[in-house]
Design a protein around this ligand. Sequence first.
Ligand SMILES: Cc1cc2nc3c(=O)[nH]c(=O)nc-3n(C[C@H](O)[C@H](O)[C@H](O)COP(=O)(O)O)c2cc1C
Length: 361
Amino acid sequence: MPERIAEGVQLPDAAVAPLFEPLRLNDTFTLPNRIVMAPMTRCKAIEGLVPTPDAVAYYARRAACGLITTEGTIIRPDGQGYPDTPGLFTDAQVAGWRPITAAVHDAGGRIFAQIWHVGRVSHPVYLGGEAPIAPSAVALSGPIKRLPGHEYGTPRALETDEIQPLADDFGQAAANARAAGFDGVEIHGANGYIIDQFLHHDSNRRTDDYGGTPENMARFPLAVVDAVTAAIGADRTGLRLSPGAYHYMPGNDADADVFRHLLARLDDRGIAYVHTGIFDDSQTFDYLGGTATAFLRRHYRGTVIACGSYTPTSGAAALSAGRCDLVAYGRPLIANPDFVAQVRRGAPLREYDEGMLATLE
Ligand SMILES: Cc1cc2nc3c(=O)[nH]c(=O)nc-3n(C[C@H](O)[C@H](O)[C@H](O)COP(=O)(O)O)c2cc1C
């Protein structure tokens, strides 16, 4: 169905028109277009991991997106792995998010907080000298990102009785997100962080109920989904996944069975969407039989957000071909705050470069 365009608003070119069709996500949300702002860590939080006031204008300027997902936002202190990432576990943080969500709503947008725990992708400097936690004591190697002179170390394997409380803390962060005015949350289950660490054999060597079989390896991720949906409702809950291990994580042929099991269980839960976590969605994985998004599409019946190096035309083509229902853009939205309007009128886009991360434009 073509979108009804108000008088004076230029019709998008046919090559990008699929991006401008609305999508009824569920009974709670109808998105005016198929463009999602991908979650992007900006490391600009102020004292107490409160979001910076500069984020008010930053997110509001991007409110024309069908949906905004925020930068990764930590659910509790030991979830931190980068400097100055905001949280959703104190009253001051909740208060700091309120003007941001209000400004996005005033500008006509919808905003989900991406809730995050990095697990082993951390360092004792962030954790009061304690080792990071993870499903198993399997170290990452190499220099730690954005912390010169430090190397990743061996994490501490969670005790069995620490795992459900961690899932419950995701639920509490989701409740806090609603209190802060967010429309919902995206659970960060992707990119090698704690939920992803449970889902891959390389990082999950557990021998209790949380490891060893697809059912056990999906148990914690599903406990998080259940804690979050119990707190705020399935209609307000999204989940980002990286079935293709590509970031802080080697893949393994057996991982595909874990993700197939997880996706089948998610079908019953009626969450808002599943979102691919990857930098380049043309990357294929032998053990998935193709791209990460194609794998999600094949094994999950609900709404799929594709992401990873899409252009306006390649994203529109993916929608037309039925490969996804929404397309998330990251770097193009940093470089072009007005991305949605520019794409609609066929205006040239500014190229992203890392120097743009210095400020929140
Ligand atoms: C600066 C930067 C920060 C990012 N931070 C996050 C994050 O907090 N959470 C997440 O899931 N992905 C994060 N990503 C990945 C993006 O969400 C997205 O998957 C990636 O940039 C590929 O999309 P693009 O080609 O449209 O930029 C980040 C990417 C960039 C460039």
